[in-house]
Design a protein around this ligand. Structure first.
Ligand SMILES: [Cu+2]
Length: 162
């Protein structure tokens, strides 16, 4: 089971890289850019999913090692379908972001799982997320709480701008 899961992860990443090379244009050279951090108002007040885009223009490959928040216990998840077409989530110990890559965390793909939320999230709230990168160290992003079901809307609008 373990080797097959790993293969599936590699295949999913390959697809993601193709998608990523088409999307995203805002970047500052020489930097790691975190943008569009967002969280949908969750159905279950204790568990939410967070999404964002990470652009690596640092000149070298980077690894996201962990994410923490004062408001929740955060894990990195990847959604995928098993051989029977059932959707499932697997926890990722780390996520590689190659030099020049734009990595999107979005519904049905990579996402951050916020468990044991300390407070009820409402539209307009903000949640602090601290990303631990292997090379860049800590990078803090302020995630906006948005309406349920709209996490992909902003991304699509951005794509239409170019
Ligand atoms: Cu998840």
């Amino acid at each position: 089971m373990a080797p097959r899961t790993h293969l599936r992860t590699v295949a999913a990443l390959a697809v993601l890289l193709l998608v990523a090379s088409v999307a995203g244009c805002s970047s500052s050279p020489g930097e790691l850019t975190l943008s569009d951090a967002r969280i949908e108002v969750p159905a279950n007040p204790k568990v939410a999913a967070a999404y964002l885009t990470i652009r690596n223009d640092t000149g070298s490959d980077e690894v996201l090692e962990s994410v923490t928040s004062p408001d929740a216990a955060v894990t990195i998840h990847r959604s995928a379908q098993d051989d029977a077409g059932r959707s499932m989530m697997t926890e990722q110990a780390e996520v590689k972001i190659s030099n020049g890559e734009t990595l999107s965390f979005e519904p049905g793909e990579l996402h951050l799982m916020l468990n044991s939320l300390e407070r009820k999230l409402e539209v307009g709230d903000h949640v602090e997320l601290t990303f631990q990168f292997k090379n860049a160290g800590e990078v803090v992003a302020d995630a906006d709480v948005i309406e349920a079901g709209t996490a992909l809307d902003g991304v699509k609008e951005n794509d239409h701008e170019h």
